[in-house]
Structure formats: structure tokens, C-alpha cells
Design a protein around this ligand. Structure first.
Ligand code: MLT
Length: 244
């Protein structure tokens, strides 16, 4: 029976828990949503960095054509081309370009998926497509919520629960869920039909609204509008396809 585990914060996962598995990084507000948006807008490759300095060094390695994006405390970084609002990642900014991105929690979670057999990038916008792709791989699954500063975050857990829900529907058989996967699925049943309200309730969502990013919440709350399933391997995220 396939095992599906949800981890409340990527910082908590041990390397051995990922070996040989499919890992899915989820940072609904906003890093993984932004990365999915960037690929939907035609970005070619995305390099997740864990610090602004590392991001600058990666961009130097790629050359001036590459864009530098990201945030700290949800604010754009000095000298960067883009912040972490998915609304900035339009075709006229990112189509045909490489991107280096660093965010407070999301890009670290993505990097953790590098310990797994394959890493996938999920948001509410591509939750169903991610679940379907993960199912085709037929490996035990670990869904890594980015969380906030090592702590639980409501929106990532509901995002994970939505993936669990689609997996259960796709699998049409029993899956071995860990306790947080069961709880995330229950939370998805509670909030799945009022996702904008959920993001507005979440602590990070309220912080983003205070910063004037209310429109980001609306964008991030739109479920299953993207069929893209970005794949992280060997230090780079590409817009798919997902292959065993
Ligand atoms: C993160 O990585 O913590 C987030 O994406 C923060 C944000 O909202 O920009």
C-alpha cells in the first residue's frame, strides 16, 4: 500500500525519510504559487536559492539574462528584478528567461525535496495535476509544507490536504496516511470550498494583506487552474514533464 505522509514544516523532515520517495513542496503563500505562475508565463528554468547571497552568486553563474526574484519578510530584496508576488511573474517579464529565486521558507522546502527520488512543486493552482502526476510515479509520497519559520501553517496544510484528497480519488484504493495527512485531508474538507476565506484567515495571509498584497491571496486561492507540475532535480526546477 502506498504511504502518504504530510510534514508540517520542511525543517522537520529527516533525509532518510525522503530517500527513494516522491517529495512535494507546498508553499501556498507564496513561493510555490509564484514558481508555478512563472512557468505558466513561459519561464524556462528556476533555481531555488536558500539565501539572497547564494541567489546573487547563482545569477552571476547564469549570466545577465537570468532574472533574480524573491523576498524576505514578504518584501522585495534590494537589487532584485522581482519580488515574490505571483502577479509580477507575467509573460512580458519572464517568458523565455531563467529565474533564480530565494524566499524565507519556500525555496528551502524545495531544496529539501532534492533528497527524494523526485521533487515536485505544488500550490493550490496545480494541486490536482500534482496529485495525478505523483500517482503515476507509484512511489511513497512525502508532502513537505514550507510552514513559517519551522512552524505549522494553515494554508500549506490545507494545500497538502487537497493533494491527499485527489490522491485518494485517483487511487480508488486505501493509502497509508500518516496522522497529519489525515488531519490535512479533514482540513481540506473544511476549507476546500472557501479557499480565499482560508487564506484571509491564515496568519501569513493577514500579514500579506497588511502589506497591500490582498490581490495575491485571490491569485493563490484559485484551485486547479494550472496543469503544470514543475520538477526539481539536480538543483534546478523545470516545468515538467514528470517522468519516472
Ligand atoms: C516564504 O517562502 O516564506 C513565502 O513565500 C513568503 C512570502 O509570502 O513571500
Amino acid at each position: 500500500m502506498l504511504k502518504v505522509s504530510v510534514i508540517s514544516s520542511a525543517e522537520l523532515v529527516k533525509d532518510w525519510e525522503l530517500w527513494g520517495k516522491t517529495a512535494i513542496a507546498v508553499d501556498v503563500l507564496r513561493a510555490t504559487t509564484t514558481i508555478v505562475a512563472a512557468f505558466d508565463a513561459g519561464c524556462t528554468e528556476c533555481y531555488p536559492a536558500t539565501s539572497p547571497d547564494e541567489a546573487r552568486a547563482m545569477r552571476r553563474g547564469l549570466g545577465d539574462g537570468a532574472l533574480l526574484g524573491g523576498e524576505r519578510k514578504a518584501q522585495p530584496l534590494e537589487g532584485f528584478d522581482l519580488g515574490n508576488s505571483p502577479l509580477e511573474y507575467t509573460a512580458d517579464r519572464v517568458a523565455g528567461r531563467q529565474l533564480v529565486i530565494t524566499t524565507s521558507n519556500g525555496t528551502a522546502a524545495i531544496r529539501r525535496t532534492g533528497r527524494a527520488r523526485i521533487g515536485l512543486i505544488a500550490s493550490l493552482r496545480n494541486a490536482r495535476a500534482t496529485a495525478e502526476a505523483a500517482w503515476t510515479l507509484q512511489r511513497d509520497l512525502v508532502i513537505l509544507c514550507a510552514g513559517t519559520g519551522g512552524r505549522f501553517s494553515l494554508e500549506d496544510t490545507v494545500g497538502a490536504g487537497m493533494i491527499v484528497d485527489y490522491l485518494l480519488k485517483t487511487a480508488r484504493q486505501r493509502l497509508a496516511l500518516n496522522d497529519l495527512a489525515t488531519a490535512a485531508h479533514d482540513l481540506c474538507n473544511l476549507y476546500g470550498h472557501r479557499l480565499l476565506e482560508l487564506l484571509q484567515l491564515s496568519a501569513h495571509g493577514q500579514y500579506l494583506v497588511r502589506l497591500g498584497h490582498g490581490a495575491d491571496l485571490e491569485f493563490c486561492a484559485r484551485a486547479n487552474v494550472s496543469r503544470l507540475v514543475p520538477v526539481y532535480a539536480a538543483g534546478v526546477i523545470r516545468p515538467g514533464p514528470v517522468a519516472p
